[in-house]
Structures are given as structure tokens and as C-alpha cells.
Design a binder for this molecule. Structure first.
Ligand SMILES: [Zn+2]
Length: 274
């Protein structure tokens, strides 16, 4: 696959690149641990983000389930192995729905609060192995499971957001704006690192290579120039290093799925693009 710099929106964990009220300062903010919101607010916000995505098929072209059962089934299988690892704290609280966005040029995946997971076809075509895909999904699941979005909203301390999300009496349009803001949320560096390391924890003992997310970062490093990514995120090199350190620290069993199913799924996706 040819990847142009302009089409190369590689923003793993950056939910989108819209400019909104929330975007300018968040990339440098420290990721706090304090969370003023309860788990139900993550669920509510997630539903609202999903609604905003469905409202804008031009920007978020959802690949229909019908005719793509094999691709969806495969993604659910991989995500399911992580979700059923016994290590996902909000396994039974959140929706953990899988959606695919049909855009072969975008190397991205994201997960809203409350566990609505979106994976671009571009990312699926770019990755080589099921383990790499599991590593990336683990990272995205971690952002939701660790409740990074509401932790970030907490640290930003916006009265309008608190009023609309904490109470059920949102001013018209405010909740929608919060949801749209979440779509452009750039997680802090510390939250990115947390999600990377959590991915290793989830995968350790799952049958996938625990540090498979590192392979993704190695791969993108060689693929193109990454201005947005490098300026707002820990450098891929540092991420690889931390992930590999965590993997050896945990002493995970050597594993690799070795399945040929991913190659078949990629062939199906490529046929779609032709
Ligand atoms: Zn991320």
C-alpha cells in the first residue's frame, strides 16, 4: 500500500484531528488520575460520541456489517480475547462494540469512553499480523478501560462540561459539543504511555505476543514522516523501548498467534477497495 504524507493521518489514540474547543492545550496537559465522573458518565458520553459519528457518514464512513461479516467477526474475535483476559476492569460495564471505518488512507483506531471501538480499514491493511492488531486494540481498549477521557475532562475543569455531564439537565447542544470535543481529544503523553503498558498487561498470557504494540510503532517509524504524531506524542522510539521493557519485566510466555486468518481478512478488504 502506498502511503502519502498527507493521507497519512497516523494518530493512534488520538481520536481525530478536528479543531474544537477542547483541542489546543490538551496535548501538553498532564494526565491526571483523579476522576470526578462516575462510570455511568463514561457510558453516557460514549453513546453520545457514537451518535455524533453516525450523524456524519462523510467524515466517519462506517463499513456495513452486511457483506463484511468475516471482517467484523475477526476483529471481534481478537478484541474478545483481550476483553476476556480477566484484566479489563470495566469488562461488564462498557459496551465494547466494534465498528469499522472504511478509509484505506487513515492509519487510525480509537475507542470512545464506554468502549465503542472504531478501527479504520487503512490500519487493518497496514498491519502485518494478528498480534500487531491485538497490540493496537489493547492500547485502545486501555484508553476506555482506564477512563482517560473523563480523567482528562476532570483535569480541564470546565464548569459548562461538569454541569451538562454531571447532571441530567444539559443545556441544549452542550452534551453534543462535549462528545464532539472528545472526538478531537488528544490524550496526554502520560495517558498514551499508560495505554501502551496496559496493552502489554492485557496481552501477556493471552496467546498474543505481549509487546506486539511495539511492532506497530517500529513499522510506522519506517513508513513516513509523522509531524503531528511526533510533536504531540511520545516518540515511537521511546514507546517501543517502554513496551519492550514492560514485556520483559512481566516475563510473559513467548507467544505468537501465527494465524493466517488475518491475511484472508486483508484480502477481503483489498477486494473491497478495488
Ligand atoms: Zn493512544
Amino acid at each position: 500500500m502506498r502511503i502519502s504524507t498527507t493521507g497519512f493521518r497516523i494518530l493512534l489514540g488520538v481520536m481525530s484531528v478536528l479543531a474544537t474547543a477542547f483541542s489546543p492545550s490538551c496535548s501538553t496537559s498532564k494526565g491526571g488520575n483523579f476522576n470526578l465522573y462516575n462510570v455511568n458518565k463514561d457510558i453516557r458520553l460514549g453513546k453520545e460520541v457514537k451518535r455524533e459519528i453516525e450523524r456524519d457518514p462523510g467524515k466517519y464512513p462506517i463499513l456495513p456489517e452486511t457483506g463484511n461479516e468475516a471482517v467484523y467477526g475477526f476483529l471481534r474475535h481478537v478484541a474478545g480475547k483481550i476483553l476476556d483476559s480477566g484484566k479489563v476492569e470495566h469488562r461488564n460495564d462498557f459496551a465494547w462494540e466494534i465498528h469499522i471505518l472504511q478509509d484505506d488512507e487513515t492509519l487510525n483506531a480509537f475507542c470512545t469512553p464506554g468502549g465503542y471501538i472504531y478501527v479504520y480499514t487503512g490500519l487493518m491493511l497496514f498491519l502485518d499480523t494478528e498480534d500487531q492488531l491485538a497490540g493496537v486494540l489493547g492500547h485502545e481498549i486501555a484508553h476506555a478501560d482506564l477512563r482517560h477521557s473523563t480523567r482528562q475532562l476532570t483535569s480541564r475543569n470546565s464548569a459548562a462540561v461538569f454541569t451538562s455531564v454531571l447532571t441530567n439537565n444539559a443545556e441544549p447542544g452542550v452534551l453534543e459539543n462535549v462528545a464532539l470535543g472528545l472526538l478531537s481529544l488528544k490524550f496526554s503523553r502520560s495517558h498514551e504511555t499508560e495505554a501502551d503498558l496496559k496493552s502489554v498487561e492485557y496481552l501477556c498470557g493471552s496467546g498474543y505476543k505481549a509487546g506486539a504494540a511495539a511492532e506497530f510503532f517500529k513499522k510506522i517509524e519506517g513508513a513516513a514522516s509523522l509531524p503531528a504524531f511526533v510533536s504531540t506524542h511520545p516518540s515511537p522510539k521511546n514507546r517501543v523501548k517502554r513496551i519492550e521493557e514492560k514485556e520483559s519485566e512481566m516475563d510473559c510466555p513467548q507467544a505468537q498467534s501465527g494465524s493466517s486468518e488475518y491475511a484472508r481478512v486483508k484480502r477481503l478488504l483489498r477486494q473491497k477497495g478495488d
